[in-house]
Design a protein around this ligand. Sequence first.
Ligand SMILES: NC(=O)c1ccc[n+]([C@@H]2O[C@H](COP(=O)([O-])OP(=O)(O)OC[C@H]3O[C@@H](n4cnc5c(N)ncnc54)[C@H](OP(=O)(O)O)[C@@H]3O)[C@@H](O)[C@H]2O)c1
Length: 250
Amino acid sequence: MKTKKILILGGVTEGYILAEELASREPFHPISSLAGRTQHPRPPVGETRIGGFGGVEGLHAFLLERAIDAVVDATHPFADTMGQHAALACDQAKVPLLRLERPAWMPQPGDCWHPVADWEQAVAFLQIQGARRVLLALGARELAPFSTLFDTWFLLRTVTQPDPMPPFTAAELLVARGPFTLEQELELLRRHEIDTIVCRNSGGEGAAAKLAAARELGIAVIMRERPQRPSLPSVATVAGALDWLCDQPG
Ligand SMILES: NC(=O)c1ccc[n+]([C@@H]2O[C@H](COP(=O)([O-])OP(=O)(O)OC[C@H]3O[C@@H](n4cnc5c(N)ncnc54)[C@H](OP(=O)(O)O)[C@@H]3O)[C@@H](O)[C@H]2O)c1
C-alpha cells in the first residue's frame, strides 16, 4: 500500500494525539510541524519539523517537495495566520486540507458574557463597565493594551513570564499552567475579589473551570471571539480527523 504523508500543523494537544494515532496506522506517515515558539517543546510522535515555512509560498513548496497527500490544520483557534496560509497553499497545490478544532465555549444560563472582537474593545468595555478588579487570563504577549487602565487592579495569569512586563499601575502576576479545578478557581476569584474576567474563547475542558466559577459567583466575563477561518471541511475530534483521512482517495 502506498504511504500517505500527512502534514499536521500542530500547536495544541489534538495535533499530538493525531500524530501518535497516525504513526501506528498503515499507510500513514505523519509529519508534525511546530511554529517553534516554545523553547523545549514536547516532541510529537513521528517525524517533526520546527519553524515557519516562509509564508504561503514556503508552505506550497514544502507540500510539493515532500509530496504531502493531505494536511490537517490543528493549530490553536487564535493562530489564524497559519490557517489562512494553509488554505491558500493547499488550494494552489491541490492538496486536501482539514481543520481540526475543538468547539468554542457557549454561554450557559446564568452566564454574564460580553463578546469582543479584539483587546481594544475589551479595554473600552472595562472602562464603560467601571471594572475595579480584573483577572486577565491571557497569553503573556497580550497584556499590554490593558496597562493603559490606571484605575483598575489586575490579576495577570499567564502560562509564561511576560517579557517585557507591560507598565501596569496596579497588578499582581501569577504564572501558572492549568488545568485548574472549579474549587481552585472559586478560591482565586474570591480571594482577589475579582469582578470581571477577560479571556479568549479557546474552548476545551482544561481552561473551562474559570467560566463555571464566574457563573457561580455572578462575575462578568469579557470573551474574545475566535477569528474568522477559511471555510473548510472541519472536525472537532481526532477520531473525526482519522475518519476523514481514511476517506481520502489515493
Ligand atoms: N495563538 C495562540 O494563542 C496559541 C495558543 C497555543 C498554541 N499556539 C500555537 O503556537 C503556534 C504559533 O501561534 P501564532 O498565534 O503565532 O500563529 P499564527 O499567528 O497563526 O502564525 C504566525 C506564523 O507562525 C508560523 N507558524 C504558526 N504555526 C505554525 C506551525 N504549526 N508550523 C510551522 N509554522 C507555524 C507561520 O510562519 P510562516 O509564515 O513563516 O510559515 C505563521 O505565518 C501555532 O502553531 C499555534 O497552534 C498558539
